[in-house]
Design a protein around this ligand. Sequence first.
Ligand code: NAP
Length: 307
Amino acid sequence: MRVLLAGATGAIGIPLLSALAAAGHEVIALVRDPAKERLVTERGAHALVADVLDGDGLLRAVEGQSADVVMHQATALRDAPRRLGPDDPTLALRDRGTAHLLRAAREVGARRFVTQSLITGYGYRDHGTRILTEDDDFGVHVGTVADLVTDSSVATERQVFAAAGIEGVALRYGMFYGRNAFSDMFAGMMRRRIPVLPRGATGTTSFVHVHDAAVAAVAAMERGRAGQAYNVVDDEPMSWRDFMTEVARAHGTPRPVAMPRWLIRAAVPYLGCLMIDTTMRISHAKATRELGWTPAHRGVRDGLRAR
Ligand SMILES: NC(=O)c1ccc[n+]([C@@H]2O[C@H](COP(=O)([O-])OP(=O)(O)OC[C@H]3O[C@@H](n4cnc5c(N)ncnc54)[C@H](OP(=O)(O)O)[C@@H]3O)[C@@H](O)[C@H]2O)c1
């Protein structure tokens, strides 16, 4: 297939370029900065310079191109303000960015659209020991700032499922770790002894190695059913405390430094909602059944060894 990929230079985008090429697909990769073209061309893709948040510019950039599928893997967490607001670039990419990419899909004649969603849409709260599946309610509000993230996941899913003439598939990713993902980010902070963990944190979540997420995205592109969402997580949910400890061990950094809960809630409210308030264990049985996908790394300990 010929794939128009947004987010090709990111934590998932880079392994995804390799996974798509290995499966024999041809990729047109959107890059914002011409200086990054080499990152994608050396992985066999064609580069196209465009900003997904500039709808008209994106349409001009894709004019005359053709593709079978559009994949939306663009986020902007590195540019995010500490306090989430409606103008947060990642939220805009999921909402407005999806609308722009759907217009681009029509322009290039694509009939399929795979988008990035998040398991946190099941609600930033303590789900206890229950294993959540795609049959559970999605888009659950809890009355905190994190609801904005939930709404953005719903916004991208709804748009791709409702788009006339397009087969929309959504990937509800667990927390990414691996190169350039959360593990690298927190290892960098622990190396500088920056506190990373709320004191007494009990929050637990499902993670996924970026390479496994990339393989799942290719499988969903090839075999995902139209109008369906798939959880993409590993087999072993882990607490944030254990996650940081494992990352410190794998990267050889000092042990994680804890900070008072009120401080993380005040400094980065979204992280407070994620690490303190949220416990969720997620099943990938549907992705295994329908896409034939299972994570190569069953859990974070195993995946960090591969990095
Ligand atoms: N499920 C998860 O846990 C999850 C999901 C997403 C992100 N994250 C984590 O958050 C951290 C940083 O994420 P990140 O968001 O900065 O991801 P990232 O790894 O930097 O990738 C973001 C991608 O989106 C592209 N992009 C951003 N804004 C764009 C725009 N307006 N138009 C076109 N493309 C655009 C970026 O392109 P440029 O190269 O031009 O910037 C890049 O290719 C990583 O640790 C990642 O693992 C986690």
